[in-house]
Design a protein around this ligand. Structure first.
Ligand SMILES: Cc1ncc(COP(=O)(O)O)c(C=O)c1O
Length: 387
């Protein structure tokens, strides 16, 4: 059987795939169907934070599957409540809603923003998002994603989004009017090229929100759950978001998304206003609860930060290109005459899985359980590929 031909025949052509098919994983290593080993610095695009075949995840899945996998939100789901409690107690938010992906979490956040102001009789619905940002592929999330290539062909988009320049407070101010309801941003733009927000910019955004009653929505889909060395990336900057969205690492590979919000905002989701059949089911929340407990330990988070610094330092010293990011969310900007896709392809041939972001950025979002020897190994493989 030629799986690549079969795949091209039976799957919709919306992804451009590399000709590799993985069969199993162990720790930070993947093995393809020919038995070849790969060191994984991509983690299913910042998802598999505990790597592969981690007993905490596999045992929780097996145990929970033998009890209940799914029951619907018509009933109280204990692990969902326990997960919500953990997330809100570790953040500035008070309540949680669960769904199944990052785009869904952002859809819910956008609806919540609109409803909050409608409930107060205010005609405020515009959300300022940022060029280079990424919030997902569903229609409202896509409308929030200010990248023309992603939006092209799907017009008309959802109304009510305006786009500001990232790290530019004046541009934000220019976008504000009496209809402005929220500012929505990533602390590090992931898909956009691993572009970190500047401290001053974030502090100014927080002040603008406070002064004008604008809600601050932080999309932590990629940065959240320990990726940057804090449970949430906003915590590096002392921000106080009204809404936080999560997905990716939260389930360690099991699909789950979440919206956290402060009480006065969260309460706008009264019964019947929003929902999800699968959202927050037993299986996904049982796993996510264990993951949050595992990640949310000071020594573990400090270690993630330290390993991120080590990775950045090694890349800078070895290649001399611009390296950016916080914790284990790292980008290396390649020179214009070097194709990032080629580097990713050649890395695969050499047994290294890395990602792409933005125009020409090589992206590293490895499992958080990676160690320094793995990082050395990745850099050694890259040296062969790049030099
Ligand atoms: C910051 C951010 N928001 C939202 C999304 C969309 O998440 P999903 O693909 O789970 O819908 C992504 C995915 O890459 C993301 O990085």
């Amino acid at each position: 059987m030629n799986w690549f031909e079969e795949g091209n025949k039976y799957l919709m052509p919306n992804y451009s795939r590399f000709p590799v098919s993985f069969e199993r994983g162990e720790g930070v290593y993947l093995y393809d169907d020919k038995g070849k080993e790969y060191l994984d610095m991509l983690a299913g695009i910042a998802v598999n934070i505990l790597g592969y075949n981690h007993p905490l995840i596999t045992e929780t899945i097996c145990k929970q599957a033998k009890e209940i996998i799914h029951i619907s939100n018509l009933f109280y789901i204990k692990p969902q409540i326990e997960l919500a409690k953990r997330l809100v107690k570790s953040s500035v938010c008070d309540k949680a809603f669960f769904c199944n992906s990052g785009a869904e979490a952002n859809e819910a956040a956008i609806k919540l923003v609109r409803k909050y102001f409608r409930d107060r009789g205010e005609n405020r619905y515009e959300i300022i998002t940022f060029k280079g940002g990424f919030h997902g592929r569903t229609l409202a999330a896509l409308s929030a994603t200010a990248t023309p290539e992603y939006q092209k062909g799907f017009e008309p988009l959802v109304e009510g989004f305006t786009y500001a320049e990232f790290n530019n407070t004046d541009s934000v101010l220019e976008n504000i009017n009496e209809k402005t309801a929220a500012i929505m941003l990533e602390i590090i733009q992931g898909e956009g090229g691993v572009n970190p927000a500047e401290k001053d910019f974030l502090e100014e955004i927080q002040s603008i929100c406070n002064e004008r009653g604008i809600l601050l929505v932080i999309d932590e889909v990629q940065t959240g759950i320990g990726r940057t060395g804090k449970l949430f990336a906003y915590q590096h900057f002392g921000l106080s978001p009204d809404i936080i969205t999560l997905a990716k690492g939260l389930g360690g590979g099991i699909p789950i998304g979440a919206v956290l919000a402060k009480k006065e905002v969260a309460d706008s989701f009264s019964p019947g206003t929003h929902g999800s059949t699968f959202g927050g089911n037993y299986l996904s929340t049982a796993v996510a609860k264990e993951i949050v407990d595992f990640v949310n330990r000071e020594e573990f988070l400090n270690d993630v930060y330290r390993k991120g610094e080590y990775l950045k330092e090694r890349l800078k010293l070895e290649f001399g290109y611009q390296v950016k990011g916080i914790g284990l969310m790292v980008g290396m900007e390649l020179p214009e005459d070097m194709s990032v896709k080629e580097v990713v392809k050649k890395s695969l041939e050499h047994g290294l899985v890395v990602g792409m972001a933005g125009k020409n950025t090589l992206r590293f979002v490895p499992p958080l359980i990676i160690n320094e020897e793995h990082i050395d190994e990745a850099v050694d493989i890259l040296k062969k590929v790049i030099k």
